[in-house]
Design a protein around this ligand. Structure first.
Ligand SMILES: Cc1cc2nc3c(=O)[nH]c(=O)nc-3n(C[C@H](O)[C@H](O)[C@H](O)COP(=O)(O)O)c2cc1C
Length: 218
């Protein structure tokens, strides 16, 4: 059982990386071999719309043709059994690097002739982890269910299934007295102490489910 894990945050010890580490640890505990990529340490772009992956004279499945740090990683996707992607929310979306990954990862498998028939040859589960400042009460009002749901559906359509988990109202600064913020350090700390360990437990469970091949169909 091989899994690729992607951290879509520039903060290598941040909330997304922490949630991802729990997912990886859950997957490894169930015997999976997991390889981690920190997207912000790699040089790569989003899709450049070359349409090489849509040419009829190429044997499918085609891996993205753009030659950069991401290309050899996308080659590995051919042989994996599951994927985990963790991202901070930036302006109501995935981070820029995470969006670039999703474009390059998914577009070659999108079947323009029939959207219901992915070019990815197998059905594998995907785990999608979002961490964000917004508290859970505002999640739907901000339209995040729709925005993230669209990404979840894209991944599920191309790969088979996708389960999304969240961490809300995350901590951004070590010392809130030094930075602009809409909450005090004490408020953040109290919230985190009450919630973040259960968010991390959810991430660990996600990793275990991916490693044991449990379908992620919610
Ligand atoms: C450029 C930028 C934009 C952000 N936009 C949002 C946002 O739209 N909604 C939100 O809930 N949090 C937003 N945040 C907060 C982060 O998503 C949140 O703190 C996240 O947990 C950071 O994850 P990390 O520690 O893995 O980097 C933003 C942070 C940055 C730096």
């Amino acid at each position: 059982m091989k899994i690729l894990a992607f951290n879509g945050s520039p903060r290598l010890q941040g909330n997304s990386a922490t949630m991802l580490a729990h997912a990886i640890s859950g997957a490894r505990a169930k015997g999976a071999e997991v390889e981690l990529f920190n997207l912000y340490t790699m040089q790569f772009s989003g899709c450049i719309s070359c349409f090489t992956c849509k040419r009829l004279d190429r044997e499918r499945p085609i891996v993205c043709a753009v030659k950069d740090d991401l290309q050899p990683v996308l080659e590995k996707v051919r042989d994996i059994d599951a994927l985990i992607i963790a991202t901070p929310v930036y302006y109501g979306c995935e981070s820029a690097a995470c969006r670039a990954l999703i474009e390059r990862l998914c577009f070659p498998y999108l079947n323009y002739a029939d959207y219901t028939k992915s070019h990815f040859p197998r059905r594998i589960p995907v785990g999608l982890i979002y961490t964000m400042n917004v508290p859970s009460e505002l999640f739907t009002r901000m339209g995040y269910d729709i925005s993230f749901g669209r990404t979840r559906e894209t991944l599920a359509r191309e790969f088979g299934s996708c389960k999304m988990i969240l961490a809300n109202n995350t901590t951004q600064y070590n010392d809130y007295s030094l930075y602009e913020a809409n909450a005090t350090g004490e408020e953040k700390k109290a919230y985190q102490e009450a919630h973040f360990s259960s968010d991390c437990a959810n991430a660990r469970q996600l990793g275990e489910d991916l490693a044991t091949g449990n379908p992620c169909n919610d």
